[in-house]
Design a protein around this ligand. Structure first.
Ligand code: SF4
Ligand code: SF4
Length: 375
């Protein structure tokens, strides 16, 4: 039976993180699981080039603690790979991401991937998506450790174990998936199929500082002081939301995982299992603004959300913080954005409300609005 762990992890000091990761490794017996000579790939969340203080990306000191623990158990071939949002595929751009996010120092102890060539990987039988084109370094790794940052998310309720693996898709293929699956349910099903195809061997979630509200890039940073771990990424996500008091009905990737029979009903727990957040986690206003009402309230709110979703759709509105960097224009899967009269303007008829523009915006210049559906 699988075990899922939650450990109080007070801060990002190297020794605190080292001890926490060591304990996670021990709980799951990672030392005996990684084959000798294996190439281990670490998959953090580097969605955009924000420094760690913004709580958008997986903290680099947390990744370093994983590297230290791997070295200690004899792993020498360690690489770090994530494909940020947008059209970033050029060597100098990814180097800039590593610099700005504070990851550059890791190059002393691990290889920082700069090759975003995709290779086709066949999915398990019966999936809607027969194959995925994923970053070569991920496809060729012997052992994958998934290192998400816990955040709330405008589209998928939360981003943790399952959603983090979307970063294994190269460059502009990511927004193309938003265009292909505009409905959250279908998009979430794709994410679950991708996670089952990538097959991360182990996941440790950075939830020391989290982002709540309008994540994944423009919410509010909040201290939580924990880390989570497990080998089964689907059940781990549900373990996390249950621990944090988030109604799982508000997380469509969990609904999709359950529909596929990927979420275990019985499992063991380890660590600081009495942990409860001091106050409820604030979800995005687009998924639910209040999670304190318990199960009945959650069901009612889910019903309201379903009605709301059937009638309204979200769209972006650029505010005065826009510096006209054009990242959103390049990323938009629908070509719904353009420069006009020295500002970014939206063609609402083309927009599918995927909010990729918000995800890549470096300046918090995208406000989220709702409009009546006309199609
Ligand atoms: S404008 Fe933004 S929300 Fe609309 S389709 Fe383009 S990226 Fe998605
Ligand atoms: S909205 Fe954001 S991403 Fe788009 S051009 Fe303005 S600053 Fe750049």
């Amino acid at each position: 039976m699988n075990t899922f762990a939650v450990l109080k992890t007070e801060n990002y000091d190297d020794e605190t993180l080292y001890r926490a990761v060591k304990k996670h490794f021990e709980i799951h017996n990672i030392k005996d699981e990684i084959p000798q000579g294996a190439g281990v790939l670490l998959k953090p969340n580097l969605v955009t080039d924000k420094e760690a203080a913004f709580s958008v990306t997986t903290n680099p000191r947390f990744v370093y603690a994983v590297v230290r623990n791997l070295r200690e158990i004899g792993v020498e071939n360690i690489s770090v790979a994530d494909c940020p949002g947008g059209a970033l595929l050029v060597f100098s751009q990814i180097q800039e991401v590593y610099e700005k996010t504070g990851y550059a120092f890791l190059s002393d102890s691990a290889y920082l991937n700069t090759d975003f060539t995709g290779v086709d990987v066949t999915s398990p039988d019966g999936f809607v998506n027969r194959k995925f084109n994923i970053v070569k370094a991920v496809a060729e790794a012997d052992y994958i450790i998934n290192l998400p940052k816990f955040k709330t998310h405008n589209l998928t309720g939360i981003t943790a174990g399952v959603k983090n693996l979307f970063g294994t898709i190269p460059g502009l293929q990511k927004p193309a998936y938003h265009a292909k699956y505009p409905a959250v349910k279908d998009f979430s099903n794709m994410l679950v199929e991708l996670a089952a195809t990538v097959k991360a061997d182990f996941t440790i979630v950075d939830a020391v500082d989290i982002m709540e509200g309008n994540g994944p890039t423009n919410g509010k940073k909040r201290y939580l002081g924990v880390t989570f771990s497990g080998k089964d990424v689907f059940t781990l996500d549900r373990f996390i939301v249950r621990t944090l008091g988030i109604p799982e009905e508000n997380v469509p990737t969990i609904t999709a995982s359950k529909a596929k029979g990927f979420v275990a009903e019985e499992y063991l727990t380890a660590g600081d299992t009495d942990f409860v957040p001091e106050k409820p986690i604030l979800l995005s206003e687009l998924t639910r603004a209040d999670t304190a009402g318990g199960k009945i309230a959650a069901r009612i709110s889910t019903l309201i959300d379903k009605v709301t979703d059937a009638v309204f759709m979200q769209y972006p509105q650029m505010n005065e913080k826009c510096i006209i960097c054009k990242k959103c224009i390049v990323t938009c899967p629908q070509k719904a954005l353009k420069i006009s009269d020295k500002r970014v303007v939206l063609d609402r008829k083309k927009c599918i409300g995927c909010m990729c523009c918000d995800e890549v915006c470096p300046n918090g210049a995208v406000d989220i609005r709702k409009k009546l559906k006309t199609r």
